[in-house]
Design a protein around this ligand. Structure first.
Ligand SMILES: [Mg+2]
Length: 257
């Protein structure tokens, strides 16, 4: 981009946004990531996934930028870690007595095989997904009314819940929007993309918020946001192409890849 112009930073959710909700594929985004690379636009991943999961995956994206894990719980930036959430031990301690009152099964109660079934992940990926430091994903097995009651109780006790694509996450009071302040600098415009309720705070915190149509027909209600017509990574590529074109970010060189 030309000197003196606004620089851009892209912050993105993974599941259902950068990655396909069902098969975790991401081919459609690769040409856009190359175009961003060529123009010095970083991609910061902001995910409900763990540090171990993203570290195992980021090579495929050629990405070494700082990243945000476990729904806004922590930023990893090289050697630096900035924590916004609470240690998982505190979360598990609080959940213990609630098992008698509500029907749910958390990662910590599950075998690796169960986690593989829930997520559709292979053994190694499931292990990385279970390597959590700030949150506990629950498979909710009780009524929606009970879920509401449960969420209220968690809030009263100083933690919070978030509904993701597959799980109800219990974590410290944070969200995907809070860490964006860390990346805020003058002359930086933040573009954020996500598909679910747990992405809303991030989209609202950004200068340009983009709702990606979820693969299962879900479309996040959010005012003043752009919306993709395609789902998942295709929607990501669709919207990022539009935005980069509109902001006159040069296209990839013809001879590239
Ligand atoms: Mg998502």
């Amino acid at each position: 981009m030309s000197e003196g112009s606004l620089s851009l930073l892209v912050v993105s959710d993974l599941d259902g946004t950068l990655l396909d909700h069902d098969d975790y594929s991401f081919e459609p985004v690769l040409p856009i990531l190359d175009r961003m690379d060529e123009n010095g636009i970083p991609l910061v991943v902001n995910t409900s996934k763990t540090r171990a999961e993203w570290l195992a995956m980021r090579g495929e994206f050629g990405n070494e930028a700082p990243f945000v894990v476990e729904n806004g719980s922590a930023i990893y930036d090289g050697e630096k870690v900035k924590v916004f959430g609470k240690p998982r031990s505190e979360v598990l301690e609080l959940l213990k007595p609630l098992k008698a009152l509500f029907k749910f099964k958390g990662y910590s109660d599950a075998t690796l095989t169960e986690i593989m079934e829930w997520t559709g992940l292979g053994r190694q990926s499931a292990e990385r997904s279970a390597d959590r430091h700030f949150s506990e994903p629950l498979l909710w097995q009780d009524s929606p009314e009970k879920e509401e009651e449960f969420c209220d109780l968690i809030e009263q006790r100083g933690l919070m819940t978030l509904r993701g694509g597959r799980f109800l996450h219990v974590l410290g009071k944070t969200d995907k929007g809070k860490p964006l302040g860390y990346f805020r600098e003058e002359e930086v415009a933040i573009i954020a993309l996500g598909d679910r309720q747990n992405d809303l705070a991030m989209l609202e915190e950004a200068d340009i918020g983009v709702v990606i149509a979820a693969g299962d027909g879900f479309m996040l209600e959010a005012e003043g946001m752009l919306r993709s017509s395609e789902t998942g990574p295709r929607g990501w590529a669709e919207m990022m192409t539009k935005i980069l074109d509109q902001l006159n970010v040069p296209k990839l060189q013809q001879n590239h890849g």
